[in-house]
Design a protein around this ligand. Structure first.
Ligand SMILES: [Zn+2]
Length: 140
């Protein structure tokens, strides 16, 4: 449980760091493109403007590609991460519900009023990690 959480948070950290760099490059490329326009129209420096446009367009494309890749990676990471689930049972009417694990959940924790019988007897009876069926057969 802690291992997957750590992996997820480190992946988040990397993508945040990457996002920061990409945003800087994006900002710089926009500045470069603006200075290209400035160089062309106001300074009348066509060659300088051409170079600036090439650099700006390259940086813009690069940051766009990186942004696209990170978003796709983040999506696949999210899908592959096993879900933590929490089982909630009502001691009064016996209703069993399952929901996604929330921070602070633990077994025998008492919860809010039951939706079915409106008695305050709901309790967490289990926490487990959802394992996706991959069709693997484990030989013992
Ligand atoms: Zn109930």
């Amino acid at each position: 449980m802690t291992q997957s959480n750590q992996q997820q948070s480190s992946a988040n950290k990397i993508s945040l760091y990457l996002m920061f760099i990409v945003l800087i490059v994006l900002g710089l490329s926009i500045v470069t493109l603006f200075s290209a326009v400035y160089a062309y129209y106001i300074l009348d420096e066509a060659i300088v403007a051409g170079f600036l446009i090439i650099i700006g367009a390259f940086a813009l494309t690069l940051s766009g590609v990186v942004l696209y890749q990170t978003r796709r990676n983040a999506a696949t990471l999210k899908n592959d991460a096993p879900k933590m689930m929490t089982i909630i049972e009502c001691k009064n009417c016996g209703t069993k519900t399952t929901r996604e694990f929330q921070r602070g959940d633990f077994v025998f924790k008492e919860l809010d009023v039951c939706q079915k019988c409106s008695e305050q007897k709901q309790m967490i009876t289990g926490v487990y990690k959802e394992i996706k069926e991959t069709g693997k057969i484990y030989a013992i």
